[in-house]
Design a protein. Structure first.
Length: 491
């Protein structure tokens, strides 16, 4: 049976998923999974981009060895990071990891020169210190030799596509995350690029999700002993693909893409560039079929992941199910953090930062692992309520519940606490949302689905959705008020 292949690259792992349509039912199969670990080199944090390329080739070899015929393939990944291509066509240096510290202070310095209303009015993008605009500005400040040799700018999926096809394109959903794309003009913002001293000529044509993006190079096919495969540009920001896979029935819906990052928002027909959107620090990222994702980034399960790694470095190895079990047994509503406090962004030991936050906000610091995990998960669930209320205020819609997609929904305790925190149902599924949305856009490109809404209907019928109803409402309502005080969140 003919299959299509989705590469879904997350900030901690990557996967290659085969997709098949069988009597209007989607069948998926994990072909290959691999870690995506950043590399520290002389105080700088980079992505191991060539290792990712190698693993992607291994997936193609596995498909070959199983005699799978591929109709097409596509790539999605995290946003904001990029590689620079020199005039010779070679990659200049390893791409920086967005958590690298070279951007420290750059957003504040640039905002003093180009005001936030000016930048937001041209891009509609949330102010985050690792946005692409600040990464490039940091390189310009440091007089990076890479900038002197660069000829093209490619984001991570663009770069990996280039390695496989030899064609250089930028894709819409990822381009919008750079804070350098102007949605009103439908193109890169030459004025912003000039303001940070970056040539507009580096930035190429922007493909919409579903467009053809070349095919595998003869050299790649020869190396692997495979036939050529068409490559399609999907929503190459993984959140864009995850939102494409939300099995919503209503045209107005709220979603939470839950993983290393949590991204909450709603889908709109046009960007929301109002003063209120800027004040609330929401973002307008490109989606499928010309839509926009009005959303807000929340730090997400990164804090728990780093805490687990911290304990493992200290010799305490606890699985996620064990940590969740300890959290369930810990006292409820004892202490909270604001997950989006800047101290939680960088890699490293999290428990000292969590304890410092709690002490500074007048709370008793959690000590035991179960208390720490409960603090993290309760704080996330309560922050979800806060951001959902902001989303309703900004969009003018009252949502009947929340669609949760992504790997984080395997944490059933977080799903249940999220439902209880928001006081509305949570519909959890599918877990592999980004990869399934990637597949869906490929099928739209092939004509198997008429549009994204037909794709969502088939996704809804193909994958189970678990429903979580709110419980202990009075206790969660009281906790929400105290959480907002501890987190210093405005009314």
């Amino acid at each position: 049976m003919t299959s299509i292949l989705a590469y879904d690259l997350g900030a901690s792992s990557g996967r290659a998923l085969l997709g098949r349509l069988n009597s209007r039912t989607i069948e998926t199969e994990e072909l290959h999974r691999f870690p995506n670990d950043p590399v520290q080199v002389r105080g700088r944090l980079h992505w191991d981009i060539l290792r990712l390329l190698h693993e992607m080739k291994q997936a193609l070899l596995k498909a070959k060895h199983r005699s799978v015929t591929l109709q097409s393939l596509a790539i999605d990944s995290w946003a904001v990071d990029f590689g620079l291509i020199g005039r010779s066509g070679e990659l200049l240096g390893n791409p920086y990891h967005y958590r690298d510290t070279h951007t420290d202070g750059v957003m504040e310095n640039l905002s003093a020169r180009l005001t936030p209303p000016y930048i937001f009015g041209r891009t509609g993008i949330q102010f985050l210190p690792f946005n692409t605009i600040y990464q490039l500005a940091a390189m310009k400040r440091d007089d990076s030799p890479l900038l002197r040799e660069a000829d093209r700018f490619l984001m991570i999926p663009d770069l990996l596509r280039y390695f496989l096809t030899g064609d250089m394109y930028n894709e819409f959903s990822n381009a919008t995350t750079t804070q350098l794309y102007n949605p009103l003009r439908g193109d890169w913002d030459a004025d912003l690029l000039a303001a940070i001293g970056i040539p507009a000529s580096w930035f190429g044509p922007v493909l919409q999700p579903g467009a053809s993006a070349g095919e595998l190079l003869p050299s790649v096919c020869g190396e692997l002993g495979i036939a050529s495969v068409p490559v399609i540009a999907v929503a190459e920001h993984d959140t864009g693909s995850a939102v494409a896979a939300v099995p919503a029935t209503d045209r107005s819906f709220a979603y939470l893409s839950c993983g290393t990052w949590s991204l909450m928002g709603t889908e709109t027909d046009r960007p929301v560039l109002s003063e209120l959107a800027q004040q609330l620090n929401f973002t307008n990222e490109g989606g499928v079929s010309g839509t926009y994702r009005l959303l807000k980034n929340i730090m997400g399960l990164w804090i728990l992941q780093e805490t687990k790694r911290e304990w493992e470095r200290g010799g305490t190895t606890l699985s996620y199910p064990e940590l969740i079990g300890l959290a369930e047994q810990a006292p409820a509503f004892a202490a909270w953090i604001d997950p989006d406090d800047a101290r939680f962004l960088a890699p490293g030991d999290m428990t000292p930062r969590i304890r410092d936050y709690c002490r500074e906000s007048g709370q008793r610091a959690p000590e035991q692992p179960g208390e720490v995990v409960r603090c993290i998960l309760e704080s996330l669930a309560l922050k979800y309520r806060y951001v959902l209320e902001l989303t309703e205020r900004l969009s003018g819609n009252a949502f009947s519940g929340l669609h949760m997609v992504g790997g984080g929904i395997q944490n059933k305790l977080l799903c249940q606490w999220s439902a209880s925190a928001i006081g509305k149902p949570v519909w959890a599924g599918p877990a592999e949302g980004s990869a399934i949305g990637n597949l869906a856009v490929q099928w739209i490109a092939h004509g198997a689905f008429a549009d994204i809404w037909e794709a969502r209907r088939v996704i809804r019928e193909s994958f189970p959705v678990e429903v979580y109803e709110p419980i202990n409402q009075d206790a969660w309502e009281d906790a929400y008020g105290r959480f907002r005080t501890a987190a210093g969140l405005a009314e």
